[in-house]
Design a protein around this ligand. Structure first.
Ligand SMILES: NC(=O)c1ccc[n+]([C@@H]2O[C@H](COP(=O)([O-])OP(=O)(O)OC[C@H]3O[C@@H](n4cnc5c(N)ncnc54)[C@H](O)[C@@H]3O)[C@@H](O)[C@H]2O)c1
Ligand SMILES: [Zn+2]
Length: 340
């Protein structure tokens, strides 16, 4: 088992990689426990949950809203939860976001932790202390900064994950490698087959490296004042693709990473060979690198999202593999680039 500590300004979080869900009780002290999960995770794993009141949401992003939040608050009240209660979210990013948001706001905040059960939740959503819900089509627009007490990343639980969900998580893994870890990029290229076969030792190593990368960025800029922006690599274009086409987030990020690589290539920051390596690694993982959607329509969505920020967009560019820089790019320049 590996332990990574994330030091937030007000609290700190322990990420336990390779720990088992069976040991969950060891981390919740003697507090009264409340568990939030989703239908898929409940079906597969509830026989291993500790005995505690259980709230089950419908799987998927559409559950991450105020109605679910209110339903959970009422359920907590009905079950006599109080300020000393402990909430645990067991599931993917949707469950972690819901549980983290509810716990941060119920009675002005109660202690909480996660068992992260998707690759995306383990390498991204459960690390960093952002807990958000959606409103009117805006993702994560309402939320808190608040660190969970612990995150258990039980690698063996990834075995039941649909391959497409695993690939979605890998898009964020490749993103982290591009931001700051060239040797992880090389390792993924070399060990792709074993990674996709879910070799537990390799995945534990990969999750640990990713958690360390995200944790160090978050520690340097917990409230997203600047540095944390690098985590948006691939997401400016990717979010617009996701909004327009409705494809899963990881797939959209993959397309967004290739877009960012092409723009970096155009600006002389990335070589053609590096761009091609990125395309291969993503395709080999099973992620798309192109979309049928019209780039003009994608641009329109991006533009609408960015309107408030004058005509400039903070765009994360690649400086080779393993290094990035954030540039303020004029929307007109971006428009010209997509017309090429
Ligand atoms: N707070 C943050 O910093 C942050 C960062 C990134 C993403 N997110 C959020 O995370 C969410 C996406 O997370 P996700 O990709 O984990 O989605 P998800 O939680 O919807 O999980 C994906 C699917 O896998 C199922 N599942 C979960 N664990 C499983 C397991 N072990 N075996 C089989 N099936 C399993 C779920 O039921 C669901 O159907 C988004 O809402 C996104 O906004 C938050
Ligand atoms: Zn993402």
């Amino acid at each position: 088992m590996e332990l990574v500590e994330v030091k937030g300004s007000e609290s700190f979080s322990q990420i336990l990689i390779g720990e088992s869900i069976d040991n969950l009780k060891n981390y919740t002290s003697n507090s009264k426990l409340f568990i939030i999960t989703d239908g898929n995770v409940k079906r597969l794993y509830s026989n291993r949950f500790p005995i505690a009141p259980l709230y089950c949401i419908e799987p998927g992003e559409t559950s991450k809203n105020f109605q679910t939040t209110i339903d959970i608050y009422r359920w907590l009240l009905e079950n006599n939860a109080d300020r000393s209660s402990f909430i645990v979210g067991i599931g993917g990013g949707v469950v972690c976001d819901m549980a983290g948001f509810v716990a941060s706001t119920f009675m002005r905040g109660v202690n909480f932790g996660f068992v992260a059960t998707t690759l995306l939740a383990q390498v991204d959503a459960s690390v960093g202390g952002k807990n958000g819900i959606d409103l009117d089509g805006y993702k994560n627009i309402i939320g808190t900064f608040n660190q969970p007490k612990f995150v258990i990343c039980d690698i063996s639980m990834l075995k039941t994950l649909p391959p497409i969900e695993f690939a979605n998580g890998m898009a964020e893994v490749v993103k982290h490698a591009l931001i700051s870890d060239k040797s992880m990029f090389d390792d993924i290229e070399k060990n792709r087959i074993e990674i996709l076969a879910l070799n537990e030792r390799l995945i534990e190593y990969l999750v640990t490296r990713n958690v360390r990368i995200k944790a160090s960025i978050v520690e340097a800029d917990e409230r997203e004042n600047g540095l944390r922006r690098v985590l948006n690599l691939g997401h400016t274009w990717g979010h617009a693709v996701e909004k327009l086409t409705g494809i899963p987030h990881g797939q959209a990020v993959s397309i967004g990473l290739v877009f960012a690589a092409n723009l970096s290539l155009e600006k002389g920051l990335l070589s053609l060979d590096e761009r091609n390596r990125l395309e291969s690694i993503l395709s080999n993982i099973g992620l798309p690198i192109t979309t049928d959607a019209n780039p003009k329509h994608i641009f329109e969505v991006l533009q609408k999202d960015k309107k408030r920020d004058n005509e400039l967009v903070h765009f994360v560019l690649m400086k080779g593999i393993g290094s990035v820089e954030v540039e303020k790019i004029n929307l007109k320049e971006l428009e010209k680039f997509i017309q090429k």
